[in-house]
Design a protein around this ligand. Structure first.
Ligand code: ADP
Length: 372
């Protein structure tokens, strides 16, 4: 799998997506972070749009991790999904869009770290662990705040800007997966991000607990995805069961019969059941995703079907993009002037038969004859 999906049918020389155009300033971050902003006379809207496009051009599959309710474990699932993908060798980033509770800095051990700005943009924190071929790139609002316990009260316009900066101003580099830890709810932030990412390979992973109240909220999120045409990979049921530390028996804090029934009715599959686990909570607090910390444990195994669902989705998108690209290349080859010249040299009565043979060779059926 590759981030660029497939070579474009009009091969251009390899270029840096942030390469300078004469009319651009060439900075890889938004104007808000620029010391020259007050005197700058360049067109700012264009710059921000180009930043976003150039970042997204380097990202393969985007996974939005959503929950319509806070506290159900959305950030925990985002961190462990990213860790599971990175453990399989994929270049992975985590964009912490949960502006009300940006926890990814904690879950990856970067509490207190602040963002650095270079000409290429804001530098994500690189999380490394034994066995990871590539670091996980972590970008969060937490890196831009004065202190980690500053509460965030923002007007909608600023929230909109932050969503732009998160994707456009961080120097993500080439990624196979960008996991976005979404804010809870289906409000403005979600709509803004869904708009920004339109036209890119985005899929949603929904997190819920089996409680009735969380379930009702999840159904709203499912409806949002269906209305927006966002592919929903499935649901991760978090805090789905507990193992008693004394007797070793399993029990369910919340009955899951309702959840299973409601998901089946909505046509959404339950991909993973993550137990309520002290090791998972303490691993998160210590900045070590349990999927990497205890890869053979029950928690890591529980996450695997969700990780694999992301990979399957990305591979399906890659295959579809590759097939489209090949088809476009073949169509171009069929219309090439050299081919027409060569065909012109063939006797007229053989020309159409040869054209059909060539089309079949290139994998394109000849156009239907429209004459009755
Ligand atoms: P959200 O992003 O939905 O607000 P978090 O992922 O931040 O939720 O989780 C809230 C708290 O619950 C965190 O302290 C986290 O460590 C803990 N937690 C989440 N899932 C589990 C679990 N399966 N077992 C134990 N603790 C969990």
């Amino acid at each position: 799998m590759s981030v660029s999906h497939f070579p474009p049918s009009d091969p251009r020389p390899p270029h840096d997506p942030l390469a300078l155009a004469p009319e651009d300033c060439g900075r890889g971050h938004a104007c808000q972070f620029c010391p020259e902003e007050p005197d700058c006379r360049l067109e700012k809207g264009h710059h921000e749009k180009r930043l976003l496009e150039s970042r997204l051009a380097q990202v393969g599959q985007i996974i939005m991790v959503m929950a319509n309710k806070g506290g159900v474990g959305k950030s925990t699932v985002s961190a462990n999904l990213a860790a599971g993908l990175a453990a399989q060798g994929y270049r992975t980033g985590v964009a912490d869009a949960d502006i009300h509770g940006p926890n990814q800095s904690r879950f990856f051990g970067f509490v207190g770290e602040r963002v650095r700005i270079s000409k290429r943009g804001l530098t994500p924190q690189a999380f490394t662990a034994p066995g990871l071929a590539q670091p996980i790139q972590v970008g969060s609002l937490a890196f831009m705040m004065e202190s980690d316990d500053t509460p965030i009260v923002w007007r909608d316009a600023y929230k909109h800007d932050f969503m732009h900066h998160l994707i456009g101003s961080f120097d993500w580099g080439p990624l196979d997966f960008l996991v976005i830890d979404m804010p809870p709810g289906t409000g403005n932030e979600l709509i803004t991000l869904a708009d920004l990412l339109e036209g890119h390979d985005v899929a949603v992973m929904l997190v819920t607990t089996p409680q009735e109240v969380a379930l009702m909220d999840s159904l709203k999120a499912i409806r949002f995805c269906q209305e927006r045409g966002l592919p929903l990979l499935g649901v991760v049921e978090n805090m789905a069961g507990v193992t008693c530390p004394h007797c070793g028996g399993d029990f369910h804090l919340f009955p899951r019969a309702h959840l299973a029934e409601a998901l089946a009715k909505a046509g959404v599959s339950s991909l993973a059941q993550i137990p309520l686990s002290p090791a998972l909570a303490s691993g998160s607090d210590a900045g070590r995703p349990i999927v990497l910390d205890a890869p053979n444990g029950i928690e890591a195994s529980a996450f695997m079907p969700a990780v694999n669902a992301c990979i399957t989705q990305a591979k399906a998108n890659f295959s579809a993009a590759a097939a489209d690209s090949l088809k476009a290349m073949n169509q171009q080859a069929q219309q090439a002037p050299e081919l027409e010249q060569a065909l012109a040299a063939v006797p007229a009565e053989q020309r159409e038969a040869l054209r059909s043979e060539l089309a079949a060779l290139l994998g394109n059926p000849p156009a239907e004859d429209a004459t009755p």
